[in-house]
Design a protein around this ligand. Sequence first.
Ligand code: ATP
Ligand code: ZN
Length: 310
Amino acid sequence: MGAPGGGGSEQAALLERLVAAGHLGRTGVAGLYARGEPFERVRLAFDALVTRVAAPEAPERLCFPPLIPRAMLERSGYLRSFPHLAGAVFCFEGDEREAARLDELAGAHADWSALTRMSDMALAPAACYPLYPAIAQRGPLPEGGVTLDTSDAYVFRREPSEDPARMQIFHMREIVRIGTAEEVLAWRSRWRERAAELLRSLGLELELALASDPFFGRAGRLLASQQREQELKWELLAPVAGRATAIASSNYHQDHLARTFSLATADGSAAHTGCMAFGEERVTLALLCAHGLELSRWPAAVRDALELDA
Ligand code: ATP
Ligand code: ZN
């Protein structure tokens, strides 16, 4: 997680400019935006570039909606580590009297949550989560493991902010490797180079850094320091409104998620998993900050790499 805290004045000024130039539109909720034509063009062009760069690995594309079964979130351990970021879906199941009460409260923008019940769905907090149980369902992995692609999945994080780089819902493109420890580690170091090369080819000023997740509470601080010591997460940071911001990150979960979801290798031992995640809105923002808000004035090499004129 690169950009901490709420938006500073540079962040607020960038947001103003993005809105004025038609890149983002405000909804009235912090971190929840409409994406205008030029912004979406860049985001989708970047998404397509990741597809081209990942193509030699022939990842299997497996796409999920932005909602996941609540039981999956509960099982994953996400709520232990990140209860502050999670979101669940609550729906109304009452009678007519309660419906009238709901309407009355909602009409006054008062709290109508007491009239709803927790549903069996939650918001996806990471693009890769639904992949693990889906692959486990197929039985032991084939020899050589599997490589998967989530496509441009929506994920939710409850972190309202005026910083345009800190959204509550955004697109996370993840390439995921499931196999033996050796396979995942070798894959991870290949992607370390490949991701940096990919982003540098777009004229971004990059920094590579070891990182940790924003684990909740006191126990979380210990988890974060272990994560750093074991070098399980690294991030690629680029400037957004003058602040180094994680635009891509790589996570090595060891056999943690595989044990949770009973993912076994061909020989029956617990698999290892790793993922390479690109924050598509953040990449787009970093490009707009590096090259300006007017796409037609971007360097030809960047336009070519993104095939913006194709
Ligand atoms: P895991 O799979 O272990 O949960 P992950 O790698 O999928 O982790 P993160 O590293 O937390 O998840 O996020 C991946 C990328 O998503 C980040 O590198 C960043 O670019 C982007 N990102 C994270 N949080 C936000 C946010 N609030 N707004 C916009 N983009 C974000
Ligand atoms: Zn992931």
